[in-house]
Design a protein around this ligand. Structure first.
Ligand SMILES: Nc1ncnc2c1ncn2[C@@H]1O[C@H](COP(=O)(O)OP(=O)(O)OP(=O)(O)O)[C@@H](O)[C@H]1O
Length: 620
C-alpha cells in the first residue's frame, strides 16, 4: 500500500516544502462589501490597519479571488498532483482557515459545485478508464473531534467508544487498527458512501456558520496503480483534509461545550502550524507527535511526499483579525506597499449597502445553503461559478451618507423601542422612585451609545474613523483638564471603538481607570469633593455596564499591553511570568501585533490563562 521509496533503510531526500495556495471566498448575501482583502495575481493584499495608506502583500503559489470557481482550483493546482501520486508519492491537501471561510466548500463542495474530493475521485475513475493503467481505489474517512478519532464510514452507534488509535508500523508507516477501508468501483458508489460519511461528521451550529464543522475530516484515498504493460504496481495514498475552523469564542458566542471543542481545534492547528514551520525551515526535528492530526499525517506530510495547504479567507473588514493571522500563519514573508491613492480606484471599490452577488446559473444562494448532500441523480462536474460585483451607483461620500443615515434611523428605532418598553414596564416602579431600576435605564442608555459607536465604527472608512476618534479624544482631553475623569474616560472609551489598535489610547484608558476610585468607601470619601460627578458616573458605569462590553474593553486594554511588546508591561498581566513574557515579546517582534485576544494561544498560553487575564481586568 505504501510508496516503495519509503521502505525502511532507504535514504530520504530533504523534506519537501509545503505548497501554499490561497482562496478568498465571495461575500455572502448578509455581508457588506468592502475592499479590505484584495487578490491581485498571486498576491493577497490587505490594508494595514495602523497605516491605512499601506497594504500588506502576501504572495502564494496561486491565489483565487471571489470569482474563482471550483473547476479552476482543481484543474490548476490539484489535478497536477495526481500524476506523482499515481507514481507512488503520498500526498496531503488540506484547507486551513477560520470558521465560515470556505474550507468545506473547497474540499467537499456542494452538490451543484463539487469540491476537491469528488473531483479527485471522478478524475481517478477517468484515469482508470485508460487502458494503460488498472487502478484499485479504496477509501477511509475519519474525523478528529476533540482529539478522538472517529471512523466516519461506520454508523456512530457501532463505532468503538474512545475512537481509533494511531500506530506506527514497520517502514514507519502510520496506520489505524480497525479503520474501515472501502473499495470503490464506480463514481456512483463513491457518492453513496461519501454522502453517508458526511452525515456522520460532527457539526454544530455556531453563530458564524450555521453548519460549522467542529472536527478535522480526513478522506484518505488508497491507490494501487498497475501499469498494464509493465505489470508494475505502485501504492500510494492521498489525504484530502477539511480542517476545523480556528475561531474566536467571543465572536461565535460559543457555550461551554463549543469552547472545549475550540480548545482542541486550536491546539491541533497550533501543532500543525509548528510542523509546517519546521518543514518549511528544513529543520531536522519535526514535531509530529504534538497532536493526533500531525501524528496521523506523519508519513504523508514532509519527507518526499507532496503537500499542499489551501488558505481560505473570508473577505471584508469584520474578519480582518482572522485574515491577518491566517495569512501570517501561511507565510512568514509579507511585503508592504503604498496604496494607490487614485480616486477612481477608491470609488470603484466602494459598493452600495448590500452587494448583490450574481451567479451565471443563479444558484449561489442554494449553493450557500447546501452542504455536499449528494442526491441519487448524477451531478456533473463542469459548472463554473462566477460572481460579479455590481458596479457602484453612488459616489463614496453619497454612499457614506446613506450608510450613516440608515444606521441612525435603525438605531433610533431600536433606541425608541427599548425606551418605550422600559418605560411601559417601569412606569409604576418609577412612581415608587426605584433608584436601582433608574440606574439600570441609565446604563441601558449608555449601552446604546456604545453600540451605536461600535456599529458606526464597523462601516465607516478608515479616514472617517480616525477623524471621529480625534474629535472624541479632544473632548476627553478637555474633561481631563477639568479633572472630570469619568466624562473623560467615557469619551476615551468611545474613541477606542473607532481606533481599537491605538495602543497609546489603550494605555490612557488604563491609566484613567486606575486613577478613578471605584470602591464605595472611596466614593463616600469623595462625596463632598469636586470630582463627585465623575466618580458617580464611573461607579455607575462599572456596576451596570453589560459584561460583554466590560470584557470588550478589557480585551482591548490587554491587547494594547501585549502589542506594545514591552516585557515590563507584559509581566504585569496576571499569570504571565518572565518566560511567557519573552515568548510574547518575540511573537510581537516577528508578527507585528496580535489582533484577537485568543490568538495569545500562539504564544503558548492556554485559554484558562487568557481568561484569567481578562477576568483580572473585568473585575477592576
Ligand atoms: N468560493 C465560494 N463560493 C460561494 N460560496 C462559498 C464559497 N466559499 C464558501 N462559500 C459559502 O460560505 C459559507 C461558509 O463556507 P464553509 O462552510 O465551506 O466554511 P468552513 O470554512 O468550512 O467553515 P467551518 O470551519 O465552520 O466548517 C457556506 O455557505 C458556503 O457555501
Amino acid at each position: 500500500m505504501y510508496s516503495p521509496a519509503q521502505k525502511r533503510g532507504k535514504k530520504l531526500p530533504p523534506p519537501q516544502k509545503i505548497k501554499v495556495i490561497c482562496r478568498v471566498r465571495p461575500f455572502l448575501a448578509e455581508e457588506l462589501y468592502d475592499d479590505t482583502v484584495m487578490v491581485e495575481g498571486n498576491c493577497v493584499k490587505i490594508t494595514n490597519k495602523r497605516k491605512t495608506n499601506e497594504n500588506f502583500v502576501y504572495s502564494f503559489h496561486s491565489c483565487y479571488g471571489m470569482d474563482a470557481g471550483q473547476p479552476e482550483i482543481f484543474e490548476n493546482d490539484v489535478k497536477p498532483l495526481l500524476e506523482p501520486v499515481l507514481n507512488g508519492k503520498n500526498a496531503t491537501i488540506f484547507a486551513y482557515g477560520v470558521t465560515g471561510s470556505g474550507k468545506t466548500y473547497t474540499i467537499q463542495g456542494t452538490e451543484t459545485r463539487p469540491g476537491i474530493i469528488p473531483r479527485t475521485v471522478q478524475t481517478l475513475f477517468e484515469i482508470k478508464g485508460l487502458s494503460k493503467y488498472s487502478l484499485d481505489l479504496r477509501l477511509s474517512y475519519i474525523e478528529i473531534y476533540k482529539e478522538v478519532i472517529n471512523d466516519l464510514l461506520v454508523p456512530r452507534d457501532t463505532a468503538p467508544s474512545g475512537g481509533l488509535t494511531i500506530r506506527q508500523g514497520f517502514d514507519n508507516q502510520i496506520y489505524l487498527p480497525n479503520l474501515t477501508e472501502k473499495k470503490i468501483n464506480t463514481y456512483e458508489e463513491f457518492k453513496k458512501i461519501f454522502r453517508g460519511a458526511c452525515r456522520n461528521r460532527s457539526t454544530a451550529a455556531t453563530k458564524l456558520n450555521i453548519m460549522s464543522s467542529r472536527s478535522h475530516a480526513d478522506m484518505c484515498i488508497y491507490i494501487s496503480c498497475t501499469n498494464n504493460e509493465t505489470k508494475n504496481t505502485i501504492f500510494s495514498k492521498l489525504h484530502l483534509i477539511d480542517l476545523a475552523g480556528s475561531e474566536d469564542n467571543r465572536r461565535t458566542e460559543n457555550g461551554k461545550e463549543r469552547i472545549a471543542e475550540s480548545g482542541a481545534i486550536n491546539k491541533s492547528l497550533f501543532a500543525l502550524n509548528q510542523v509546517v514551520e519546521a518543514l518549511n525551515q528544513g529543520l531536522s526535528r519535526i514535531p509530529y507527535r504534538d497532536s493526533k492530526l500531525t501524528r496521523l499525517l506523519q508519513d504523508s506530510l514532509g519527507g518526499e511526499n507532496i503537500s499542499m495547504m489551501i488558505i481560505n479567507i473570508s473577505p471584508g473588514q469584520s474578519f480582518y483579525a482572522d485574515t491577518y493571522n491566517t495569512l501570517n500563519f501561511a507565510t512568514r514573508t509579507k511585503e508592504i506597499e503604498n496604496k494607490p491613492q487614485s480616486n477612481h480606484c477608491a470609488s470603484s471599490t466602494r459598493q452600495p449597502l448590500k452587494v448583490k452577488l450574481v451567479n451565471e446559473n443563479n444558484d449561489l444562494p442554494e449553493a450557500r445553503r447546501q452542504r455536499f448532500n449528494l442526491s441519487s441523480s448524477t451531478s456533473t462536474i463542469s459548472s463554473t461559478a462566477s460572481y460579479e460585483l455590481r458596479p457602484p451607483l453612488l459616489s463614496k461620500t453619497e454612499m457614506e451618507k446613506i450608510i450613516e443615515t440608515k444606521l441612525d434611523e435603525k438605531l433610533s428605532e431600536i433606541e425608541d423601542k427599548i425606551k418605550t418598553q422600559s418605560s411601559q414596564i417601569l412606569s409604576p416602579i418609577f412612581r415608587k422612585q426605584n433608584a436601582k431600576l433608574k440606574k439600570r435605564i441609565e446604563s441601558l442608555e449608555y449601552k446604546i451609545e456604545l453600540q451605536k459607536e461600535s456599529r458606526l465604527a464597523n462601516v465607516l472608512t478608515p479616514e472617517t474613523k480616525t477623524k471621529t476618534a480625534r474629535a472624541l479624544v479632544a473632548l476627553a482631553k478637555a474633561h481631563e483638564l477639568k479633572n472630570e475623569l469619568g466624562e473623560a474616560l467615557s469619551n476615551y472609551e468611545s474613541a477606542f471603538q473607532y481606533i481599537p489598535d491605538n495602543q497609546k489610547l489603550g494605555n490612557k484608558i488604563i491609566m484613567i481607570r486606575d486613577a478613578i476610585p471605584t470602591s464605595s468607601e472611596e466614593i463616600n470619601n469623595l462625596n463632598a469633593g469636586s470630582k463627585i460627578s465623575a466618580k458617580d458616573h464611573h461607579s455607575r458605569y462599572l456596576a451596570n455596564i453589560a459584561n460583554d462590553e466590560r470584557r470588550k474593553i478589557a480585551e482591548a486594554m490587554i491587547l494594547s499591553i501585549v502589542n506594545s511588546g514591552d516585557v515590563k508591561q507584559i509581566l504585569k498581566l496576571k499569570g504571565v511570568g518572565k518566560k511567557r513574557a519573552d515568548v510574547i515579546h518575540q511573537f510581537i517582534k516577528e508578527n507585528g501585533h496580535i489582533s484577537e485576544i485568543y490568538n495569545l494561544r500562539y504564544s503558548g498560553m492556554s485559554d484558562k490563562i487568557i481568561d484569567g487575564i481578562i477576568n483580572s481586568y473585568t473585575q477592576l
